[in-house]
Design a protein around this ligand. Structure first.
Ligand SMILES: Nc1ncnc2c1ncn2[C@@H]1O[C@H](COP(=O)(O)OP(=O)(O)OP(=O)(O)O)[C@@H](O)[C@H]1O
Length: 629
């Protein structure tokens, strides 16, 4: 390569003296990548190879700008010779983990994705055609009607899932494609066909793939090879010249052996095995790795890489622009449809809860059956309403695992620029409404009419509206928790804890005037939605009713009970309580949007702050100069 450099529509990637360290409480600072230099250019497939844990995924994540926030990086990563971030849609990243919607079929997953990613200007038939063609390229034509499957039931195989994940990211033919272990879980024939399809897309595109153990045939598809061991470069250059490099360094590949097997065996320091260097001489793997690293850093190959990087960096090329994609309205609509279908097929999202709610509603209806107007019915009505407003809504947590699965898909798609947070939140809200209406209405009718709470349609509608709003509030609360807490078990416990505190401060278990002032009353009682739910439901129930006590003469007015017994604020009507609940609902959803958006902004900022000078990192880890000496 001589005077080549970035041209319009191409992506040239260079990284120079790249260091990455990760900090953890247990291990302190640990260097993962140690001074890597390399490049990736259009029309080529660069394979990153090395033993497990050598830093392949970290290198891929670093150059794709996806490093975790507990890491620090230094060194120059340039795109088309410029320091620029990858614009949404200019690149795609196929992660090691397949995050797909388990309830959808392969065809549905790909069709929905095509509708989300391809621009509005493209006719629907063309989108479908592209989706069909890409599925065929990935050998998925026979699995198109199979559900993805997951924890809820078996569906596609691991290899098929892998191919679906790749399929989704190549639908738009991105200029820059990162693939983390695209062949893991595939048999050798499938690996070859998948890699062949990927390699066939190289024309005008830059493709970087980390790969574990390619067969000879797959290896022959690579244009360039970056071979790593413990975060250091053992070899970077044309894949076809790697065998010669190993031979010249004293470790020739035995005849009839797969070259990649030979490379990986020679540089795998995880097992304490010696490498034979002839009939009598043996060296430890660590020594061999150091010899190879030194041989590479002294070689013409390394100098060629450095001068190639310098040449690419000299010619400032195009600034990457956002790819046109489906409009916000289309994305919201497609996501709503997809989410609706997912909710209808996922038993755990709403159906199971509907069954449980019906059983509980019958339970409530029989325990408080025809509650009447006696003095004791005051306590019974209060307890029944409290149970509905607190514990029935508490169970909205049950849909959390399903929501977390949906959130994972959202994170993957958002990171790859398929759509933004706004359309996801709109879609999730709209698609959930019909299910929530159903799951509160049926049990609500059963419990309300068996108990014979205050008659009148307006009273029932108010009761149902508060119940519906509370369920949406709990779902929104859990969405916020899911955006902050990293895993679903911790999320469940956190969500339960928050709700328990809110229920306690709601004003039922301890009367509002008796709540300790600090924390419980101010602010918890006022920010807890249970307070307004109890207040609204109690006012709805007690206002206008009179109760009689056989020991006392006369009637007790419902309004007196509200003010004196329940200590409710009677200065405003029940509709104000409902309005406050609806206001809370809107603010919870906005808060979720804020947290998701803040995550987008805060993570790159943390990464920028954590990027330190190479000297700082080098001082934390010294083996490279020891090796180079
Ligand atoms: N964010 C992080 N925090 C702490 N350690 C990390 C982090 N990311 C990676 N590591 C560590 O860095 C090393 C390299 O990890 P990486 O995932 O890049 O390896 P890999 O070559 O892709 O491995 P595999 O082939 O098994 O996927 C591992 O020891 C890993 O534990």
């Amino acid at each position: 390569m001589s005077s080549q450099g970035p041209k319009n529509g191409e992506v040239w990637l260079t990284w120079e003296d790249l260091w990455v360290t990760a900090s953890s409480l247990k291990d302190g600072n640990k260097a993962i990548l140690k001074g890597l230099t390399g490049y990736a250019r259009p029309g080529e497939l660069l394979a990153i190879m090395g033993p497990s844990g050598c830093g392949k995924s970290t290198l891929l994540d670093t150059i794709a700008g996806r490093l975790g926030s507990n890491t620090r990086q230094s060194g120059n990563i340039l795109i088309n010779g410029r320091r620029q971030t990858l614009a949404y849609g200019s690149s795609a990243y196929v992660t090691q983990e397949d995050t797909l919607m388990a309830t959808l079929t392969v065809k549905e997953v790909v069709y929905y994705s095509a509708e989300l990613q391809l621009p509005n200007s493209m006719p629907k038939s063309e989108k479908k055609q592209i989706a069909d063609m890409t599925m065929k390229e990935m050998g998925l034509q026979d699995a198109m009607e199979t559900r993805i499957g997951g924890w809820s039931g078996k569906g596609t195989s691991g290899g098929q899932k892998r191919r679906v994940s790749i399929c989704l990211e190549i639908l738009t033919r991105p200029k820059l494609l990162f693939l983390d272990e695209p062949t893991s879980g595939l048999d050798s024939a499938a690996s070859y066909y998948v890699m062949k399809t990927i390699a066939s897309q190289c024309q005008g595109r830059t493709i970087i793939a980390s790969i574990h153990q390619p067969s000879t045939e797959v290896f022959s598809l690579f244009h360039s090879l970056c071979l790593l061991s413990s975060g250091r470069t053992v070899y970077f250059g044309p894949a076809s010249a790697a065998t010669e490099f190993f031979a010249l360094s004293g470790y020739p590949c035995p005849t009839l052996q797969n070259p990649s097997d030979h490379f990986l065996k020679t540089i795998n320091g995880d097992f304490d095995q010696d490498i034979e260097e002839g009939p009598t001489s043996r060296k430890s793997t660590e020594e061999v790795i150091n010899i190879l690293i030194k041989s590479y850093s002294d070689s013409d190959k390394y100098r060629a890489v450095q001068s190639q990087v310098a040449e690419i960096c000299k010619q400032e090329g195009e600034v990457l622009e956002k790819r046109s994609r489906a409009s916000f309205a289309t994305q919201s609509l497609v996501l709503t449809k997809r989410s609706f279908v997912n909710m209808s097929r996922d038993l755990g999202y709403y159906w199971l809860r509907l069954g449980v709610y019906i059983v509980i509603a019958i339970g409530l209806g029989t325990i408080y059956y025809d509650v009447g107007f006696s003095y004791s019915s005051i306590q019974a009505r209060g307890s029944m309403l409290m149970f509905v407003a607190s514990f029935i809504t508490f169970m909205a947590i049950g849909g959390f695992p399903s929501f977390v699965e949906e959130l994972k898909v959202f994170h993957r798609e958002k990171l790859n620029g398929h759509y933004g947070s706004g359309s996801f939140i709109i879609a999730n809200t709209l698609s959930a409404v019909p299910y929530l209406l159903l799951i509160y209405f049926i049990p609500g009718v059963i419990a309300y009419y068996l108990t014979r709470l205050q008659s009148g349609f307006e009273h029932f509608i108010y009761f149902a509206l508060v119940l519906f709003t509370c369920m949406m509030l709990v779902e929104s609360l859990m969405m916020i928790v899911a955006s902050i807490v990293p895993n679903f078990l911790m999320g469940l416990i956190t969500g339960e804890g928050i709700q328990a505190l809110k229920i306690l401060s709601g004003g039922f278990f301890r009367s509002p005037n008796d709540l300790p002032k600090v924390f419980w009353k101010y602010p918890l009682h006022y920010v807890s939605f249970h307070r307004y739910a109890y207040e609204g439901m109690f006012k709805n129930e007690f206002e206008g009713l009179n109760f009689h006590d056989k020991h006392m003469k006369g009637l007790i007015k419902g309004e007196d009970i509200l003010g004196n017994t329940w200590q409710m604020d009677m200065d405003y009507s029940k509709w104000i309580d409902l309005a406050i609940l609806l206001g809370m609902l809107v603010s919870y959803r906005l808060l979720f949007l804020l947290f998701v958006k803040a995550g987008d902004k805060v993570k790159p900022a943390i990464r920028a702050v954590m990027s330190t000078s190479p000297q700082q990192i080098n001082s934390a880890e010294t083996p490279l100069h020891v090796l180079a000496a």
